[in-house]
Each structure stands twice: as structure tokens, then as C-alpha cells.
Design a protein around this ligand. Structure first.
Ligand SMILES: *[C@@H]1O[C@H](CO)[C@@H](O)[C@H](O)[C@H]1NC(C)=O
Length: 139
């Protein structure tokens, strides 16, 4: 299977696209704290955690957030698994979203925050399928 040497590290064509990103991280839920200030920024693990994950849980008493670095596979599976629980604006809604640009799980830039995530997620899913297909071809 293709691998490319970059400096001391090896990576395949997928992980080479990512290098290292930073995400906002707050592992525990805290009421109404979306951890979007600089002290919550962490460096994600190179070539493993290639996405930022954001979980938003809406309660009658406020909104709770959990954010972290994640591998694309883990995040996309979690996101898909929670899709039926995600109804923004409603009590007890739980939404998990994934994105792959630095600090993209931070504060929303103006309006078009979420719509930009969907095509990217589709692209990544397509890449994962392609990778699987290639694995089959080469084995
Ligand atoms: C992240 O990495 C950069 C450089 O690679 C470093 O300057 C910074 O202090 C790191 N941040 C954290 C929170 O570890």
C-alpha cells in the first residue's frame, strides 16, 4: 500500500493530507460553556486525530458542549449515530459534528457554519471508501 516518507514520519496518502491540526477541547460537559477561549486549544495527535469533534446537548436548563480532537472514522461514526437525536433548538437534542480545519469546532463564523461541514464530511467518507477499495485491490 502506498506510503510516503516525510522527514522521520511515514504516512499514507490520506494521513499526509492532515498533518497536525488544533481543536478546542473540553472533555466534560459544562453548562453554557462552549470552551471557545484560547485556553481550551490543544494540539491533536499527528496523523491520528485529523478532525475536530463538537457535541452539543440542549437541556431545558441550558446548552452543554463537549469538544475534542478525533480521528475522522471515530467522529463520523459518532456523528452518524447521533443523527436521529439531533434537532437543533429542541430540548434533549444531541448533535455531534465533525470538521477538519484548525479550530473549526470553535465559535461559529457568522451564518454558514454547519452547512459547510456536510460536503466535507461526504468527501472524507468518499476518501475512506476509496482507501478501503484500494486496500482490497492491493491485498
Ligand atoms: C502546540 O504546538 C505548538 C508548536 O508545535 C506549540 O508552540 C504549542 O505550545 C502547542 N500547544 C499546546 C497547547 O500544546
Amino acid at each position: 500500500f502506498w506510503s510516503v516518507g516525510i522527514g522521520p514520519a511515514q504516512c499514507n496518502f490520506l494521513s499526509c493530507l492532515g498533518l497536525q491540526i488544533q481543536c478546542y477541547q473540553c472533555e466534560e460537559f459544562q453548562l453554557n460553556n462552549d470552551c471557545s477561549s484560547p485556553e481550551f486549544i490543544v494540539n491533536c495527535t499527528v496523523n491520528v486525530q485529523d478532525m475536530c469533534q463538537k457535541e452539543v446537548m440542549e437541556k431545558s436548563f441550558g446548552i452543554m458542549y463537549r469538544k475534542s480532537c478525533a480521528s475522522s472514522a471515530a467522529c463520523l461514526i459518532a456523528s452518524a449515530g447521533y443523527q436521529s437525536f439531533c434537532s437543533p433548538g429542541k430540548v434533549n437534542s444531541v448533535c455531534i459534528s465533525c470538521c477538519n480545519t484548525p479550530l473549526c469546532n470553535g465559535p461559529r463564523p457568522k451564518k454558514r457554519g454547519n452547512s459547510a461541514v456536510v460536503p466535507r464530511a461526504h468527501m472524507i467518507t468518499t476518501l475512506l471508501l476509496l482507501k478501503l477499495a484500494l486496500l482490497f485491490l492491493y491485498c
